[in-house]
Design a protein around this ligand. Structure first.
Ligand code: NAD
Length: 462
C-alpha cells in the first residue's frame, strides 16, 4: 500500500495498493474474461451501454470533481469542468461509434475484397495526473466502445476518482469491462509487459513513453503503442497584435486557473515581437499578481496547488535554474507566504523576462506555473528558435495578417496550431502532437480506428 495526499494540505487522505505484477495479471485476466460478453453486444449495444455509463457518472460528477480537487490540488470549479468534458467524450464516442466502417475494394472481379475493424482484446491505458477523472473517462471511451476491455492505470498521485469510476463501470458496463489498477512505474511496467495486452494508450511524459517502448520491446511481443506526451508550446505574438488580447492570451494559454500550468498544452514559451515586449510582459506580470491563490475547495480560489511535493520541488528547481542562467523574475518565483502554514504544495505564478531561447526554462517542460517571455525581431531567427525543440504539441500565433498567420501555421512544427486563440479544445477536432509530443490524435473519429486492428478478407466468387 502507499499513501495518497491532499495537495492543498499535504496530508494523507487515503492509501491504495502498490500493485505487483501478479496483481496486474489478475486485472488483465478479469478484463479478458469480460471481452466475450462485451463484444457480443455489438457496436450499437456497447454504445447504448456507454450512454448509460455517462448518465451514471453524471450523477456523481460533483463528487468526482471534489475528490480530484482535494487530491490533485486544482480548484473544484475547474475539476467540475474536467469531469463534464470526460462525460462529454464518452457520449461523443458512443454517438459516433457506428460511423466506423471497413472498406470494400474492387481490386479484381473474381474475389470480393473487404476489410473489417477488430478490437485488440484487452487494452492498457496509462494516464497522467493533471485531469484524473477526465482521463479515466475520455481516454478509455473510444477503446471500450469499439469492443476492447480496458485495464486503466491512473497516475500514482491521483488514483481516487478512477477507482470510483471503476465501481460505476462494474455496475453499468459489466464486471471486468473497465478495470483500474493502482501503483506507479512498477504497475505500469507490468501492464506494458503483459503478454496478452497488445495495445497500450499512454498519456504522460516523453521519458516514460521511452521506458514503455523499451518495456514493450523487452516483453518479446509486438505491441501497438500510442502516445500523448508533453509540450514546450510556443505562443508567437506578432507586431500587429492587440496588446490587451496578447496579455489575455498569454495568461489563458498557461492554463493557470485550471491546473496551475500543469497542462501538456500550456504555452510556456511566449515569443513577443520586440515592439510589444515591454507592454505585454508588464501586463502579464500585473495580471498574474492579481490572481487569488488559495485552498482548492474555496470558491474564491483562482489558483490551486501543485499535485505533489515532488512537483513543487521540480518547479522550484527550474526557477532557480532560470535565475542562475540570467533570466529575471518579474513576479512570483516563490511559495505564497500566506499559505505556507497549510502544508499544501502552492507556488506563485511566475513570469521570467529576458529569456533566451536556449535557456533551460525555455527548452524543458516544467509543468508548472512558469512562463518565459522571449523577445524577437527577425521572423526567420524566431522560427528557428521556436522549432529548435524536441517537442511539437501545440502552438499559437497572434497576428491580424492572414498571410503571416497561414505562413507561420505551416512553418511551426507542432500537431495543433491556433491562430488568434489558445488552448481551446473541441470534441470532434483531432488533437495530438508531433516529434517527442506524441504519435496519434485523439478526441476525433481517428481514435476509434486507433483502438482497432485491420483484417482483410478476400472471398472467391467463382
Ligand atoms: P509521467 O510520465 O510521470 O506518468 C504518467 C503515467 O505513467 C502515470 O500513471 C505513471 O504512474 C505511469 N508510469 C510511470 N513510469 C512508468 C513506466 N515505467 N511504465 C509504465 N507506466 C509508467 O507523467 P505525469 O507526471 O503524470 O504527467 C505529466 C506529463 O504528462 C507531462 O509531460 C505532460 O505534458 C503529459 N501530458 C500529456 C497530455 C497530452 O494529451 N498530450 C495530457 C496530460 C499530460
Amino acid at each position: 500500500m502507499y499513501d495518497v495526499y491532499s495537495a492543498g494540505t499535504g496530508r494523507v487522505i487515503g492509501e491504495v495498493p502498490d500493485m505487483s505484477p501478479g496483481e496486474v495479471g489478475l486485472a488483465v485476466a478479469r478484463a479478458e474474461s469480460a471481452t466475450g460478453t462485451w463484444q457480443a453486444l455489438g457496436t450499437k449495444g456497447r454504445a447504448e451501454a456507454m450512454d448509460r455509463f455517462a448518465d451514471a457518472v453524471e450523477n456523481v460528477a460533483d463528487e468526482l470533481a471534489l475528490v480530484d480537487s482535494q487530491n490533485g490540488g486544482n480548484p473544484y470549479a475547474a475539476m467540475r469542468v474536467g469531469v463534464r468534458k470526460g462525460i462529454e467524450a464518452v457520449r461523443y464516442f458512443s454517438g459516433i461509434a457506428l460511423t466506423m466502417t471497413g472498406q470494400t475494394i474492387p481490386a479484381t472481379t473474381d474475389y470480393l475484397h473487404y476489410t473489417v475493424r477488430e478490437p485488440f482484446g484487452v487494452v492498457g491505458i496509462i494516464t497522467a495526473y493533471n485531469h484524473p477523472a477526465m482521463f479515466a473517462l475520455a481516454r478509455t471511451a473510444a477503446a471500450l466502445v469499439v469492443g476492447n476491455t480496458v485495464v486503466l492505470k491512473p497516475s500514482a498521485d491521483t488514483p481516487l476518482s478512477a477507482l470510483r469510476i471503476a465501481e460505476i463501470a462494474d455496475d453499468v458496463l459489466g464486471k471486468g469491462v473497465l478495470n483500474v489498477i493502482t501503483g506507479g512505474a512498477g504497475a505500469g511496467s507490468a501492464l506494458v509487459r503483459h503478454p496478452r495486452v497488445r495495445r497500450i494508450g499512454f498519456t504522460g511524459s516523453a521519458a516514460t513513453a521511452l521506458a514503455i517502448q523499451m518495456d514493450s520491446a523487452d516483453s518479446g511481443h509486438i505491441k501497438r503503442l500510442s502516445f500523448e506526451l508533453g509540450g514546450k508550446n510556443p505562443l508567437i505574438i506578432c507586431e500587429d497584435s492587440d496588446v490587451a488580447f496578447a496579455i489575455d492570451g498569454a495568461l489563458e494559454g498557461m492554463n493557470l486557473t485550471r491546473v496551475l500550468g500543469q497542462s501538456c498544452g500550456s504555452t510556456s514559451r511566449v515569443f513577443v515581437h520586440e515592439s510589444l515586449y515591454e507592454a505585454v510582459s508588464e501586463g502579464v506580470a500585473a495580471r498574474m499578481r492579481e490572481l487569488r491563490i488559495g485552498p482548492p475547495e474555496d470558491p474564491e480560489t483562482e489558483l490551486g496547488a501543485l499535485v505533489s511535493r515532488r512537483q513543487l520541488e521540480r518547479v522550484k528547481s527550474y526557477v532557480e535554474t532560470g535565475r542562475r542562467e540570467g533570466a529575471a523574475v518579474m513576479t512570483g518565483g516563490r511559495q505564497p507566504e500566506h499559505l505556507l502554514s497549510t502544508g499544501g504544495f502552492f507556488y506563485e505564478p511566475t513570469l521570467f523576462r529576458d529569456v533566451q531561447a536556449g535557456m533551460t526554462i525555455a527548452r524543458e517542460e516544467i509543468f508548472g506555473p512558469v512562463l518565459a517571455m522571449i523577445p524577437w525581431s527577425d521572423e526567420t531567427a524566431m522560427l528557428k528558435a521556436v522549432n529548435d525543440s524536441n517537442y511539437g504539441l501545440t502552438a499559437s500565433v497572434f497576428t491580424q495578417n492572414l498571410t503571416t498567420a497561414h505562413r507561420l501555421a505551416r512553418l511551426v512544427e507542432s500537431g495543433y496550431i491556433w491562430i488568434n486563440g489558445v488552448e481551446k479544445r473541441w470534441i470532434g477536432v483531432p488533437f495530438g502532437g508531433q516529434k517527442d509530443s506524441g504519435t496519434t490524435t485523439e478526441y476525433s473519429v481517428d481514435e476509434l480506428y486507433n483502438f482497432t486492428q485491420n483484417k482483410t478478407i478476400s472471398v472467391f466468387l467463382g
